[in-house]
Design a protein around this ligand. Structure first.
Ligand code: DAH
Length: 334
């Protein structure tokens, strides 16, 4: 090591040590700083002293002299701090007229906030929350929902099937929360009035409105005389609660294997119509698959996109912003 490198190292050490001694808030912190810098065994000054051996022979006297100066200066800085019991403990060192330092607090993610709001609204309409796994089997994701083996929705390219040792299994990341309808009806007799909120997965190309993982809110109501009018009423009450009074709702005919008839549900708000998801009357085949008697009970179901609801309400135009993890974006919702 050259002389100038060695002295530069010492100067940096002196500066850091002096600062640490001055800033020590109490005796304990000061002692910690002492051990770090002046500790006889592993202190940083001790470590720097080893460098002395590598300095050129001719420069050794100068290097040794500088080392001793720094050692004394550091010890003096420590003594001074010690005599004050840690400078920061001195009330004169604190400017009480300065504004305090506000600790940074976190907040709930906008999607979590939306989910909480949706649970709250649907709870007031009498819907309880049901849960299901994100890794599903084909019966819950397809078969019991009246989606037969040859149906295009089951194409491996359109789903995230899991594989083990290179062999594709019959398990997949659920592509819809309708799976929870089956789980609930499998385990409880009618009447049923549930919602289920959670993640679903589809291998979609990512853009402003598509992401391979998103959230749905599934709803299911089964009872003796449930009709399409009940479906429309529940969705309208839901939409006005979430978006505000000036909301209209529109059904367009559609098709889903698990509902008959099926509709797309659109909400009108702030000047435009927007599709929020699908709905319909639960297909008798689905009721039979879970051991319900279609002659005794009927029901409606719906599946809405949570991101869409959240984005519409907060005027978010790019779904990717929700999942970039950029705190500057997320902090707006904290
Ligand atoms: N599962 C459908 C989807 O992922 C949405 C849906 C449509 C859910 C109709 C339903 C329903 O419960 O009745 O696009």
């Amino acid at each position: 090591m050259s002389l100038s490198e060695f002295t530069a190292q010492l100067d940096a050490l002196l500066e850091a040590g002096t600062l640490a001694f001055r800033q020590a808030a109490d005796g304990e912190a000061l002692e910690e700083a002492r051990v770090e810098f002046l500790g006889a065994k592993n202190g940083r000054l001790k470590a720097a002293q080893k460098g002395l051996g590598t300095v050129d022979r001719d420069d050794k006297p100068a290097a040794g002299k500088r080392f001793n100066e720094v050692k004394q200066a550091l010890e003096a800085a420590f003594d001074e701090a010690k005599s004050q019991g840690g400078a920061a403990a001195d009330p004169r060192a604190i400017d009480t007229t300065l504004p305090g330092i506000r600790p940074a607090t976190g907040g709930l993610h906008p999607i979590t906030q939306t989910i909480e709001a949706l649970k709250d609204i649907m709870g007031r309409l009498g819907f309880t929350v049901a849960d299901g796994p994100e890794v599903e089997d084909e019966r819950h994701n397809f078969e019991a929902l009246n989606i037969p083996l040859e149906h295009p929705a089951r194409d491996p390219k359109d789903n995230f099937y899991l594989s083990h040792d290179g062999v594709v299994s019959q398990l997949l990341l659920r592509s819809q929360t309708s799976t929870v309808q089956i789980r609930v009806m499998d385990s409880t007799p009618p009447p049923v009035r549930i919602i289920s909120l959670g993640r679903v997965y589809r291998p979609d190309e990512v853009d402003e409105t598509h992401y391979p993982m998103f959230h749905q809110m599934e709803g299911l109501m089964i009872d003796t005389h449930v009709t399409m009018a009940d479906l429309k009423t529940v969705l309208r009450m839901f939409a006005t609660s979430y978006l505000g009074e000036d909301v209209h709702i529109r059904f367009r005919p559609s098709f889903f294997p698990f509902t008959e008839p099926s509709v797309e549900a659109d909400f009108y708000w702030n000047g435009s119509w927007m599709e929020f998801g699908g709905a319909g009357m639960v297909d008798p085949n689905v009721l039979r698959a879970v051991g319900y008697d279609p002659a005794e009970v009927s029901g409606f179901a719906f599946g809405l996109g949570v991101e869409r609801l959240c984005m519409r309400r907060h005027n978010i135009t790019d779904i990717r912003n929700l999942y970039r993890g950029d705190v500057r974006f997320l902090a707006q919702f904290a």
